[in-house]
Design a protein. Sequence first.
Length: 474
Amino acid sequence: MSSSESVKSLTELVQQPCPAIETSKDGKQHESSEPPASESQSTTPLPLSGHSALSIQELVAVSPELDTYGITKRVKEVLTDNNLGQRLFGETILGLTQGSVSDLLARPKPWHKLSLKGREPFVRMQLWLNDPNNVEKLMDMKRMEKKAYMKRRHSSVSDSQPCEPSSAGIDYSQGASPQPQHQLKKPRVVLAPEEKEALKRAYQQKPYPSPKTIEELATQLNLKTSTVINWFHNYRSRIRRELFIEEIQAGSQSQAGSSDSPSARSSRAVHSSEGDSCDGVDTEGPPEEKQSGLEADEYSNATTKSQGGQAESVFEAGEAASQDARSSEKTESFHLGMENLEDTDDEGRLKAPRQSSPPGSQSSGEILETMPNSATKEDASTSAASTSVLTGESSFKSKESSEKMLSVPSTSSTLAGGSQKANSIQSLFSFSEAASSKNTRDNTLRKKKAANLNNIIHRLEKAASREEPVEWEF
DNA sequence: TCCAAGTCAATATG
DNA sequence: CATATTGACTTGGA
C-alpha cells in the first residue's frame, strides 16, 4: 500500500539537493519501500523490472552521499539478528544474486567511487533500512518461499527431476536425461594455486601485460588467453576494492574509542614517515599523488619495461618450450622465497620458510604440466619437468600458501580527502585520511598495496603520455 | 580495441 | 544449509 510515498521522498530529495548533514541518524533519507505499487509478490522473483527501476535510478541520481560502509554494516546486523539470509535479501530487495550480495556487504566501495549503477544497491539498502516493515516483509517472503518449496517436493513424489526445467531445453535438446549433459556444458575453469601464484607474480611485474605477454603467460600456464585476460581484469579490480575497504575501515575505526592515535592529521599534513600508508587509489591520477617509499626492494615494478620485450617467464620452470627464445636472463625478479607451507590457517605467519629453497634460485612451484595440446581432459600427468628444480618438491600441499612476497613499504600518500571535492563530503565514514595501517602482519595487504601501486604507476605513465617511464621520484 | 565496474553463477568453505 | 570466492560475461567510456 502506500504507493505514493516513494514519489514523495523522491520529490523531497529533488527539492533539496543538498541535504547532507545529518548527524547521527539519517533520518530523512528516502523512505518508503521500493517499488511504487505493483510489487507482484506472487511468483515473480525479481522485483526489478521496469517500474521500480526507474524510480531507483532517479533516486540514485539525486541521492546524497551515503555511507556505504555504515549501510552494509546495518544491513548485516539486521539480517543476522532476524535470521534472514542474504540470498533472500539480495533477490528480494536488491535484485542481485547471493554471491553479489555477499561481496557487496563484505566489501562495499565508498560512495564516491561508485558509478551510478553501483550506487543502486546501496540506495535500495538504505530504502530498506528506513522501511519500518522491512524485516517483516522479508520474513513473509521467507515463509512463502518455504511453503512453496514444501509444496513442491511434497507433490512431486516420484519425480526424479523436480520441475525446474526452466533452463533446459533449448540447445542441446535431446532430451531428456539431464544426466549426460555436463562436460559439454562448460567446465568452469579453476586455476590451480600454482597458477594463481604465477599470475600474481606476473602481475607484480606488469599489472597491464601486453597482449604478447598475455599470450606467453597463457602458453606457459597452459591456459586460455581469455582466461589470463580475465584474470588480470578481475585481479586488478579486486585489489582495488581491497584497498577501498581498507581505507574505509581505517578511517572509521580511528575514533572508535580505544585508539587514541596521537597522530592528528591536520589538514593535509605530509606524513613524511615512510612507514605507513594508505592512500587511496584514486583512479584519477593526474593530480599529484605522492607516493613515497616504495623501494624496489623486491620487485621492481613494472615501469621498467625495458624496451625489449623480454619475456619473463613467470615461474622458473622453464619448461616449456614455449617458443620463446629470448633469453630471459634475469628476468625473474626477486626472490620471494615463499613456498607453500602448510596451511593451517595461521595468520601470523612467521617468515621463515623452512623449506629449502636455495637462496639463489627462487624455486617456486611449477606448474603442472603442459600437455602438448591434446585437449583431452586435464589430468596431471606429472612429470617430466625436465629441468625442474630439484628442490622443487613437486607435489605441493594444498592450499596456497600464503602469499607473501614483496614487502613494499607502502605507498603512503595521504591523498587528503580534502582536495578531492572539497565540497560535500560529509564524511560519514571516515575521511579518506591516511590513517595508519600499522599491522605489519598482513603480508597480503602489503602485497595488495604494492600491486596497486604498480597499477597507479601504470596509469600515471599512461597519462603522462608516452615518455619513457621516467623515474618518478617517490 | 582496451579497460573498469557490476554482476552472475559455479564452487568453495563454514 | 548459508556465506565467501572467483572466472567469465555484460555494459559503458574513451
